[in-house]
Design a protein around this ligand. Structure first.
Ligand code: NAD
Ligand code: ZN
Length: 373
């Protein structure tokens, strides 16, 4: 083969949008804030959903001094996050004649952020975008790290790109209008960072859980700041999820199985993650990495945070089969993210399949027969 090559060229362009800045601010809509600095004098398209728009859109519109502006308000909810919606948004931009210098701003939770980033990454082969995340989950996780995407009827987030926002403006004050249940679901991701990377943060969460549930501003700010720090650190080390970034999936293999089993009907993602974190802690205890007392601290904290630890009833074998669809399967073996200690997650294929089966059987409330265990 080598001999057949006459000559060859290599093009190694730098990745697009190589710089992504995340700013924690007191007021996302300040006239002299970073969003306006980026948007000034440009064509801007704001993408939001109805619920978020109701509370926050007019303030953003008023704050921006622009050449031309369009606001696209979508129905809220995960069902909007589709290729069809992306197509419709792109169609709107084309009809209005927005060029490659347009700035898209996604104002909303992870649904709006993922969709806006996806459209930005494909519209005219890529235009700049910024995010103003309005859910706790989006502020600590979804808006950071450049993963964009839409759902396909066959799989969630199946169509997507890595395409980083130029700017993410995080204003914890925007969370005041968020429903309690949505807010608590975001706390599961906060706990994920503590369990995976930071024992000190875990203790801090134990001490401040009550205030976090009450949404005391200084505690919410601290939790958001520490979480962003961990996400940014991991994404910087491994932007395209080749190894270490997978640790952010702690609890998620269980969670995705619960969500799929549920048909995305009743469980919020963060609620499923909460159960997943508890199951990961239980597996870690059974392999001998966590002591019984440490493991119990995980459930206790989840409970104070108002998050579930008990999964819905399901056939554990079905859950195990759903887990086998995970992206972390290599050579037919599912790699689990477990805790070597509180604050130290590892990805491992070195676990006993029977141990996992027993944990699932116990948690999902269906006893297996002797011969199967
Ligand atoms: N890209 C990533 O890395 C990443 C990571 C995690 C999750 N996600 C994605 O994020 C999505 C979930 O995000 P989410 O939990 O933010 O859900 P969401 O965006 O659907 O928001 C949840 C609900 O809260 C409402 N809402 C949002 N902000 C509000 C506010 N400030 N006040 C009042 N209501 C508000 C929304 O209208 C919606 O009804 C999923 O699609 C998931 O796949 C992406
Ligand atoms: Zn998650």
């Amino acid at each position: 083969m080598e001999g057949a090559v006459h000559t060859n060229w290599v093009i190694a362009p730098p990745p697009p949008r190589a710089r992504s800045e995340i700013m924690l601010v007191a007021d996302a809509f300040a006239v002299d804030g970073p969003l306006n600095a980026l948007a000034e004098g440009r064509d801007v398209v704001i993408v939001s959903d109805r619920e978020v728009a109701k509370h926050h859109l007019s303030r953003l519109e008023t704050a921006l001094c622009l050449r031309r502006r369009l606001s696209i308000v979508l129905p809220d909810g995960e069902r909007t996050k589709t290729a069809r919606t992306a197509h419709a948004v792109a169609g709107r931009l084309l009809r209005e004649g927005f060029g490659r210098d347009v700035l898209l701003i996604g104002l909303g939770g992870g649904m709006v952020g993922d969709l806006t980033g996806f459209v930005a990454s494909i519209y005219l082969r890529g235009v700049e975008y910024a995010l103003v995340p309005t859910t706790l989950l989006a502020q600590v996780d979804a808006a950071l790290g450049g993963k964009t995407g839409v759902d396909h009827p066959l799989a969630k987030n199946a169509l997507g790109t890595f395409f980083f926002p130029t700017l993410v403006v995080v204003d914890a004050g925007l969370l005041t209008t968020l429903l309690d249940r949505q807010y608590r679901a975001g706390l599961a991701e906060v706990l994920k960072y503590a369990l995976a990377f930071d024992a000190d943060f875990f203790s801090w969460l134990e001490d401040h859980a009550v205030f976090l549930v009450q949404r005391r501003p200084e505690d919410v700010n601290e939790a958001v700041t520490r979480s962003i720090h961990h996400k940014v650190t991991v994404v910087t080390q491994d932007p395209y999820e080749e190894d270490r970034r997978a640790l952010l999936n702690l609890g998620h293999t269980f969670a995705h199985a619960i969500e799929t089993h549920d048909g995305y009907a009743h469980w919020l993602h963060g609620e499923a993650v909460a159960v997943g974190l508890d199951l990961a802690a239980e597996c870690s205890r059974r392999v001998g990495w966590l002591g019984a007392a440490e493991r119990a601290r995980v459930s206790a904290l989840l409970e104070v945070l108002g998050l579930p630890t008990v999964p819905p009833p399901a056939d554990p074998r079905e859950i195990r089969a759903l887990m086998a669809r995970d992206k972390k399967v290599r050579a037919g073996k599912l790699r689990l993210i477990l805790l070597e200690a509180l604050g130290r997650a590892v990805m491992t294929a070195e676990y006993d399949e029977q141990l996992l089966g027993a944990v699932l059987a116990e948690a999902f409330g269906v006893r297996r027969t002797e011969s199967e265990v």
